[in-house]
Design a protein around this ligand. Structure first.
Ligand SMILES: Nc1nc2c(ncn2[C@@H]2O[C@H](COP(=O)(O)OP(=O)(O)OP(=O)(O)O)[C@@H](O)[C@H]2O)c(=O)[nH]1
Ligand SMILES: [Mg+2]
Length: 197
């Protein structure tokens, strides 16, 4: 988190993290579409739409005295580019962990979570985090994925954590997850971005 006293702006970094193809890029684009800013998301991706390094976008909100600037990234889920993930996570203030709720993704979700955990050490549990159980629209999607995720994330160790069902392709739960995370980062603010849009 960076306080810029010159232009009275508070800068906050948020990263969407998770296994390959879980819906990180779709979630970011859906979030930005709530603010009519979808076109401002910068993606470095392959010809088939896979994220090579990261996606990046900025959401800026003006308060009466201070402005809030959210720098929003997604880390690549592709293991070939795994070496770029620590740089994307550097200085993060809050995480959205995007789980692919389909039956055959359990191991990918768990592996991605464990990787995330090893990158932070004990400080991991101080980072506000929202777990987005994504792709809830897919009929073969496993309703027990919530229990599965809960079996390894050590929920009770975190200061601020919650789980939300999301459908990134139609935006369901995406703005909610973002607002939840911001309220974890600023518990005293009680913000609800996007409600007037
Ligand atoms: N049915 C369904 N499909 C989804 C959902 N979210 C994302 N997808 C699809 O899943 C595929 C992967 O989505 P992306 O957003 O590119 O996934 P990603 O996590 O950014 O993938 P990488 O950048 O490769 O790590 C795309 O075809 C999306 O349209 C969802 O909620 N439901
Ligand atoms: Mg992506």
């Amino acid at each position: 988190m960076i306080f810029n006293y010159d232009n009275k702006t508070l800068q906050v970094k948020i990263v969407y993290y998770g296994p390959a193809m879980s819906g990180k890029t779709t979630s970011i684009k859906s979030l930005f579409s709530h603010f009519n800013k979808e076109h401002t998301v910068k993606s470095i991706d392959s010809s088939v739409g896979r994220t090579l390094f990261f996606d990046f976008g900025v959401l800026h909100f003006e308060g009466t005295e201070w402005g809030l600037k959210f720098l929003i990234y997604s880390a690549t889920g592709q293991d070939f580019y795994a070496s770029t993930r620590p740089a994307t996570l550097n200085g993060v203030d809050g995480l959205i962990f995007v789980v692919d709720s389909q039956i055959d993704c359990k191991e990918h979700n768990k592996r991605s979570w464990n990787e995330l955990k090893t990158m932070f050490g004990l400080n991991f549990y101080n980072i506000p985090i929202v777990i987005s159980l994504n792709k809830y629209d897919i009929f073969e999607c496993d309703t027990s994925e919530k229990e599965n995720v809960l079996s390894y994330i050590e929920y009770h160790k975190f200061k601020h954590i919650s789980l939300k069902k999301t459908i990134a392709i139609n935006g369901k739960g995406v703005l909610d997850s973002f607002n939840e995370l911001i309220n974890f980062i600023f518990p005293q603010l009680k913000v609800n971005f996007g409600i007037y849009n």
